[in-house]
Design a protein around this ligand. Structure first.
Ligand SMILES: [Zn+2]
Length: 277
């Protein structure tokens, strides 16, 4: 695949020139991104990469390579399978990054998918990327770069694998006005849940909600929203009183994935969004 080739080329150049960035962000299909990052991590961990026609490849013989092949490399951090990236895991990763490498020339962390990472986790990660621990390389990934705070992206060398999910501005705008109506009491959570449940099979409604939540957070933290440039400030209260829309969305996604009736799942989401704790 050509996009994959381009992505590797960029990294290859950094590796060969010895100017490895402290953070890379890959957007695109998550399985593909993860496979590519695994192969990058091997080369970052090897002490004596061998120059071949296609670039530098791990030697397969140094202590670090042997540890990798034994699947227990002490300098490699991998995401836990299937688990959302919560603040606990991010903190764990940050601590991991702060130690000196045992076997490899550096510590390598694969972290992701970053989608639906809550505000607390995002901020913790951002802080670390702003002042990265020496000798650590963060390899981050997610399906779509719009799912990630722009302030995080700006700290990374970005590589796009192609195939980012498409969400229309109109849909995000529609959801924003739905939520406004809910907050104003112009529509009930029950009615709205019914309406959303009908349309979510055809439209990427949950993804659009994630972009909406992310835009509101971006506006709040001084970043630039992608979908709703000026209209987000009145939705800022979504983030007040300990409500974290991204966390609520994570619950929503889990419920839908485990076949909770869509209407009930949306209702629960909207009630949590609306209700005071
Ligand atoms: Zn090696």
């Amino acid at each position: 695949m050509s996009s994959m080739w381009n992505a590797s080329t960029k990294f290859e150049e950094d590796l060969q020139s010895g100017r490895v960035f402290h953070a890379y962000f890959l957007s695109g299909p998550e399985d593909e991104a993860l496979r590519l990052l695994e192969s990058w991590s091997r080369r970052l961990l090897c002490h004596h990469p061998v120059r071949e026609e296609k670039g530098l490849v791990p030697c397969g013989r140094c202590l670090s390579c042997l540890a990798y092949l034994a699947e227990g490399h002490p300098d490699l951090y991998r995401p836990k399978e299937g688990a959302p990236l919560g603040v606990e895991e991010v903190r764990e990763a940050i601590q991991f990054a702060s130690y000196r490498p045992y076997l490899a020339p550096r510590r390598v962390l694969i972290l992701g998918p970053l989608r639906l990472m809550g505000a607390e986790a995002s901020n913790a990660l951002l802080k670390t990327l702003e002042e990265p621990p020496p000798g650590a390389v963060f390899l981050l990934y997610s399906q779509n770069h719009l799912e990630v705070l722009p302030t995080i992206l700006s700290r990374c060398r970005r590589v796009d694998l192609g195939g980012e999910g498409q969400v229309e501005k109109e849909l995000v705008g529609q959801l924003a006005s739905d939520i406004r109506a809910l907050m104003a009491g112009d529509v009930t959570a029950v009615d709205l849940a019914q309406r959303w449940a009908k349309s979510y099979q055809e439209a990427p409604l949950v993804e659009a909600l994630a972009f909406l939540a992310r835009d509101v957070l971006a506006a709040e933290t001084g970043g630039t929203p992608d979908f709703l440039p000026r209209e987000t400030s009145d939705l800022a209260s979504l983030w007040e009183k300990g409500r974290d829309p991204l966390r609520l969305l994570m619950d929503l996604r889990h419920q839908l994935a485990f076949h909770v009736q869509a209407e009930n799942a949306f209702l629960r989401f909207l009630l949590s969004l609306e209700g005071s704790p």
